[in-house]
Design a protein around this ligand. Structure first.
Ligand SMILES: [Zn+2]
Length: 427
């Protein structure tokens, strides 16, 4: 018995040893940021390199480095130039992709800022930025190599603004680190921002699974100072000079609050080690936005509904959850092709339902699940309507944080997807 025990502990030690060695074989303690532009129109997408930066902290994962969760409209891969071995990969989505479904993209070519971050390499690497063509098909858009010793890689420090630890549960390598960036707060409103950031953290911890994993979540407040207080409202002809230049009325949607200035947002975030970015907007006007592995942005106002918005948007940006709501008259019908399985863990077109939550259904649950007083109470089903479409797209529960503000929590499928991400990043 004793001998077996020793054998297992040695084996465990060996496995942990290999994993730890893996990270430091290829990477330093700093981070590498690639800034590029997505350019095109409704049908064409191109990507152009803008710059490479070395940043002081790597807050992301140190294990599963070459594992891919198949989330996001895009992904990037980092390959060791010498051995051609894949050493890091991650998925992400973009504001550009959403713009491509707008009317404007039918007659105009535009460029959007985009950044990705990975641990700073020790040796020469190749980067491939790829666009999703299907559930597991990809097309390279931009490929290049660089030597980490290259003198033209920017190593300057970022804008120096005060940073406060809102909650520090553990070391960055064992934590989900959330960089909360002030937007629309003047220097004189710094204390208000810290309080609002504290409130944001408390809101997250009212929801499972964030509550369960509170001991693995660090939150930093980055007090970027704006020249003017408040947020731009183009629909009312109000433009403000703010830290990251966010505004409502994105793509002419009154409540859609985003910022095109991704490089600036990343500059502020680089003041801390981070896994996720939350831009907190100093306004009580309802609204927000969240894009997977890009950023979440929400108004800090204290009304009840905004608590829900804060968590909903983080569901998008942190775990790649899709919107479970839909319109009877399909208005965003370009977002999904129902002949393909969507990548979002909480939506299915039933093309590859076995890769989604089929194994979480009771064996008596009908696929699709009809809506009636009984099935509305089911914790998991397959309800038609989701991803903005009333037909051909299905969601896991009658109601969920990703569908309405009235829902009390994430549905079990969303909860599981968030938990998977927390575990992926922390162990
Ligand atoms: Zn859900």
């Amino acid at each position: 018995m004793r001998k077996v025990f020793t054998g297992i502990s040695l084996l465990l030690f060996f496995i942990i040893g290999i994993q730890a060695q893996n990270y430091s074989d290829y990477f330093t303690e700093k981070a590498c940021r690639i800034d590029f532009m997505f350019c095109g129109n409704d049908t064409i997408t191109t990507a152009f390199l803008n710059k490479i930066k070395q940043e002081p902290y790597w807050g992301g994962r140190r294990q599963h480095l070459s594992e891919f969760l198949n989330l996001g409209e895009y992904r990037f891969q980092v390959t060791d130039s010498l051995s051609e071995k894949l050493i890091y990969t991650d998925g992400f989505s973009t504001l550009y992709f959403e713009w491509q479904t707008s009317d404007e993209a039918k007659y105009l070519q535009k460029g959007f800022e985009q950044s990705v971050q990975f641990p700073y390499p020790k040796k020469a690497v190749k980067i491939s930025i790829e666009k999703r063509l299907g559930f597991d098909q990809w097309e390279p858009l931009l490929q290049f190599g660089f030597n980490p010793q290259d003198k033209l890689i920017r190593r300057n420090s970022s804008i120096n603004v005060p940073v406060k630890e809102i909650c520090k549960a553990t070391t960055p390598e064992h934590a989900v680190d959330i960089a909360v960036i002030a937007e629309g707060y003047t220097a004189a409103e710094r204390i208000k921002f810290y309080k609002d950031a504290q409130k944001l953290a408390e809101n997250l911890f009212t929801h499972e699974p964030f509550k369960t994993y509170k001991s693995r979540i660090n939150v930093y407040a980055i007090a970027a100072a704006s020249q003017e207080s408040g947020i731009s409202m183009p629909q009312d002809n109000v433009w403000k000079n703010t830290a990251v230049g966010s505004h409502y009325y994105t793509f002419y949607e009154p409540r859609y609050l985003t910022s095109p200035n991704v490089f600036t947002i990343r500059d502020y975030a680089s003041l801390v080690p981070y896994d996720a970015i939350y831009v907190l907007a100093n306004t009580s006007t309802y609204g927000g936005g969240g894009i997977y592995n890009f950023y979440a942005l929400a108004s800090a106002g204290s009304k009840q509904a905004q608590t829900e918005v804060v968590v909903h948007e983080f569901g998008h940006s942190f775990a790649g959850l899709g919107d479970e709501y839909f319109y009877d008259k399909d208005v965003l019908d370009d977002m999904y092709d129902i002949k393909e399985e969507p990548w979002e863990p909480n939506l299915t077109s039933l093309v590859h339902f076995e890769k989604k939550w089929k194994n979480m259904l009771d064996k008596d649950t009908l696929i699709p699940t009809p809506v009636n007083d009984e099935t509305k109470k089911l914790s998991v089903g397959v309800f038609e309507g989701g991803g903005y479409l009333s037909k051909g797209m299905y969601r896991p529960a009658y109601d969920c944080r990703m569908r309405t503000n009235e829902a009390p929590a994430f549905c079990p499928v969303c909860k599981k997807a968030v938990e998977r991400m927390i575990l992926f990043l922390t162990e």
